[in-house]
Design a protein around this ligand. Structure first.
Ligand SMILES: NC(=O)c1ccc[n+]([C@@H]2O[C@H](COP(=O)([O-])OP(=O)(O)OC[C@H]3O[C@@H](n4cnc5c(N)ncnc54)[C@H](O)[C@@H]3O)[C@@H](O)[C@H]2O)c1
Length: 248
């Protein structure tokens, strides 16, 4: 009898909270070996303790740091022997007026929302160009249609969408698919930080399904894009926002 093949490995970065946490759980429940990473190590340790199939490497992983991203991917391969899927849900925003912001703030928004995706994709691509794989980046519906109060965040998320389209073209020859999930309003700690109930009630009226999404609903879309069920899908942005954004 030969040993059964090891489960494919998915690295989920941003897994300490909200959509990333739900994604780590959904992928682990689907039978993947999930390595969870985040800037917040305690959140990942708690997640791995609560759910089977989630590996905690320990430590704070800063996705805005290219060296840390390379070290993270190397640690995943050392731990599990492979890297089949990368999901990043890393992101941060605040609602502000563009003309009140500073260049340091713009840089931070671009670093957290766009540079993190670039550094993680580059680190994963170094491994996956030998093995193939799938990558899911997280944008926002703001990156598709823009939004008042989040101009640079919208620009960063639009950048994530363009990055995925370009990498999908460049890496198709390696058997790497690259797609994007673009959440709409989703009930996570980030939403609460931005304004919670007050923000929600003002936005929900404009959402055809008349409610915010749950993190697990975004995670389900990510699980589809990660899996072989989307084997002929690459370079696409899947908006998951209750119908708020209907452009393709
Ligand atoms: N919640 C929403 O309504 C909404 C809507 C559209 C898009 N999004 C996007 O979805 C993604 C997840 O958002 P969420 O609502 O789950 O947010 P969240 O704040 O609940 O979770 C984000 C996680 O990313 C981690 N993180 C932040 N900076 C990091 C870094 N430099 N390195 C590693 N980890 C880092 C945080 O520690 C946190 O655990 C983000 O990219 C966000 O922009 C969210």
């Amino acid at each position: 009898m030969t040993d059964p093949a090891p489960a494919p490995t998915a690295l989920v970065v941003g897994a300490g909270s909200g959509i990333g946490r739900a994604t780590a759980i959904t992928l682990a429940d689907a039978g993947l070996r999930v390595v969870a990473a985040d800037l917040n190590p305690a959140a990942v340790t708690a997640l791995a303790a609560e759910h089977e199939g989630i590996v905690d490497l320990g430590g704070a992983w800063d996705a805005t740091d290219p060296e840390a991203c390379r070290a993270l991917v190397a640690a995943v391969v050392a731990e599990t022997g492979r890297l089949d899927h990368l999901v990043t849900t890393v992101g941060w925003t605040a609602i502000t007026r563009f003309l009140d912001e500073t260049p340091d703030y713009w840089r931070r928004i671009i670093d957290v929302n766009l540079m993190s995706a670039i550094h993680l994709a580059a680190a994963a691509g170094e491994v996956m160009r030998e093995t193939g794989g799938s990558i899911v980046l997280t944008a926002s519906e703001a990156g598709v249609v823009g939004t008042s109060g989040e101009a640079v965040y919208s620009a960063a998320k639009g950048g994530v969408i363009a990055l995925a389209k370009s990498l999908a073209r460049e890496w198709a020859r390696f058997g790497i698919r690259v797609n994007v999930v673009a959440p709409g309003v989703t009930e996570t700690p980030l939403l609460v930080e931005q304004g919670g109930e007050a923000l929600l009630s003002s936005i929900v009226r404009g959402i055809p399904l008349r409610r915010a999404g749950a993190p697990s609903e975004i995670a389900d879309a990510i699980a589809y894009l990660v899996s072989a069920r989307s084997s002929y899908v690459t370079g696409q942005t899947l908006c998951v926002g209750g119908g708020l954004t209907m452009s393709s």
